[in-house]
Ligand binder design. Structure first.
Ligand code: PEP
Length: 257
């Protein structure tokens, strides 16, 4: 049985005061929830907020994570944040290969594969690997082939023993931050295709245990139908996660499904 997981990706938003207000609101909303809920929640704020947020959420079931990590571990790499700093902040997960990292900061498939291997072998963090096609690819009907290639490339260096720690987020680029979400049918079809690729690489068991998230303009209004997909195990949420009330609403929808 796969535990649903909903991750907030705050991107480059919020300061310390807003973070505190958000954490208070979320903790307040979670007070009436079961002590051991069967839906996992996580928030990935900008780097400087990871540690304060993980302190603020210490008594809550909400995990905190990073939106990226450097491939460099230590040394003269101005502006980078490495795995050792992440471990010290209280981060439990790390997003890798988000389309904004790939497209705005030119992260390649090879770099993302290296980062995934580094996180798996050198940390206990849960890597959330993002894959997904552009509008051009979708218009040609090549989304499954493209996403499969991206996935196989990222998994290139992963051993069978470590594969079980990976979470995958299917995020079609045309749906990220656009207000246009994938249809529930499209999200399900792509998550299923991803599961098949993972199963072919690591075995049926690993495939059936893999958690696959959908990401792209999730909102409380569209979430129930998307999350109903058999292979959709949760969401990676940008815009709607900036509001604690909306984020909590997504969680409640997942709890109720
Ligand atoms: C994201 O940033 O991963 C994302 C899916 O953003 P949004 O929900 O705003 O589309």
């Amino acid at each position: 049985m796969r535990r649903p997981l909903i991750i907030a990706n705050w991107k480059l938003h919020k300061g310390l005061e807003e973070t505190k207000a958000y954490a208070d609101r979320l903790k307040g909303a979670l007070t009436d929830e079961p002590e051991y809920p069967n839906v996992d929640l996580a928030i990935c704020p900008p780097f400087p907020l990871i540690h304060p947020l993980s302190e603020m959420l210490r008594e809550s079931p909400v995990a905190v994570g990073a939106q990226n990590v450097s491939i460099r571990v230590e040394g003269a790499f101005t502006g980078e944040v490495g795995i050792n700093q992440l471990k010290d902040t209280g981060a439990q997960i790390v997003i890798l290969g988000h389309s904004e990292r790939r497209n705005v900061f030119n992260e390649t498939d090879d770099l993302i594969a290296e980062k995934l291997a580094l996180v798996l072998t050198e940390t206990n963090l849960t890597p959330v690997l993002c894959v997904g096609e552009s509008l051009q690819v979708r218009e040609k009907g090549e989304q499954a082939a493209f996403t499969t290639r991206q996935l196989e490339s990222a998994l290139h260096n992963v051993s069978d023993e470590l594969a079980g720690r990976i979470v995958i987020a299917y995020e079609p680029i045309w749906a990220i931050g656009t207000g246009v979400n994938a249809t529930p049918g499209d999200a399900q079809a792509m998550c299923k295709a991803i599961r098949q690729v993972f199963a072919a690489r690591f075995g049926e068991n690993a495939g059936s245990e893999l958690r696959i998230l959908y990401g792209g303009s999730i909102k409380p209004a569209n979430w129930r139908d998307i999350f109903a997909g058999e292979d959709v195990d949760g969401g990676l949420v940008g815009g709607a996660s900036l509001d604690a009330t909306d984020f909590f609403a997504l969680y409640q929808i997942a709890l109720g499904s």
